[in-house]
Design a protein around this ligand. Structure first.
Ligand SMILES: [Zn+2]
Length: 280
């Protein structure tokens, strides 16, 4: 058949006419490692006691791995170093959440930010050095020399003299930023240095499960940033957390629950593959 010509049988067939339209509408689905529909990262910020006492035992019961963004300068980490070391040995990721957890003290709800930890008073160069030192600390804690991931405290990026997150360059395999959409909208254009993270507070199990289902519907990922589990600040109940974990455990064919580092390595690999395949 000549190029561009259409057989009569095809012209008369509605399905034949609509097929190219349907193909054009559906972008190719992003490939996850074992054909799952979505990736889910269970992230926990601030190294809280309730994470060691409640979250990690729950993850271990379900054989799931989480990512814990710890703050070296905070007592919960200093007082229970052996417990955190054991969590890392057990396959959980220890991530960088800066050395001193600096956030801007400006605006409502930021009264708790101490003057010596006010991001508005720290320079970009100081933040960069402290974040690099936090990586060295983490390596001393868990013995891992590999790449790390980072979550910006409070989702803030503006230091005294500029955007310190931008100044981190390629220091990290992935960076989570709070704010933006809960579920990633498009994997092809996702910037690993600016991955939206969702912070659930007082959420029910059903609400958490609805979010992972939305990620599966889109074929993308959702990155949770929990804080307290069954205690501490910005908490989610043990029951809601357990319901989400049980759901992910029971639907492993649909959800790839893994550390943020593993997921960012995978996403970068897939994005590079797609780039190499694209004609210039
Ligand atoms: Zn934090």
């Amino acid at each position: 058949m000549m190029r561009g010509s259409i057989g009569w049988s095809c012209v008369l067939s509605v399905a034949c006419l609509l097929a190219p339209l349907a193909q054009a509408k559906e972008p190719p689905r992003f490939a996850w490692p074992d054909g799952q529909k979505a990736a889910v990262n269970l992230g926990y910020d601030d190294a809280l006691d309730s994470q060691l006492d409640n979250a990690i035992p729950a993850l271990d019961r379900h054989g799931l791995k989480g990512t814990f963004y710890v703050v070296p300068a905070n007592p919960p980490l200093q007082l229970r170093m052996d417990d955190w070391r054991a969590a890392a040995r057990n396959g959980h990721e220890l991530g960088n959440h800066s050395l001193f957890h600096q956030c801007s003290a400006r605006g409502a709800g930021r009264e708790w930010v101490k003057p010596e930890r006010d991001l508005d008073r720290v320079s970009v160069a100081q933040m960069r050095e402290q974040v690099a030192l936090a990586n060295t600390f983490l390596q001393a804690l868990d013995g891992r020399a590999e790449a790390r991931t980072f979550t910006a405290p409070c989702g803030d990026r503006q230091a005294r003299d500029g955007d310190y997150i931008a100044a981190l360059g390629d220091m990290f395999a992935g960076i989570k930023m709070v704010g933006g959409t809960a579920v990633v909208l498009d994997m092809a254009t996702l910037d690993p240095r600016n991955v939206p993270a969702h912070v659930p507070v007082d959420a029910s199990g059903a609400q958490l499960i609805a979010l992972v289902k939305e990620a599966a519907r889109r074929g993308t990922m959702i990155s949770f940033t929990f804080h307290g589990i069954g205690g501490d600040h910005l908490s989610v109940s043990d029951q809601a957390h357990e319901e989400l974990l049980a759901y992910l455990d029971a639907h492993r064919d649909t959800y790839w629950t893994a550390t943020f580092l593993e997921q960012m390595r995978w996403v970068r690999g897939q994005q590079e593959k797609a780039k190499a395949a694209r004609p210039d």
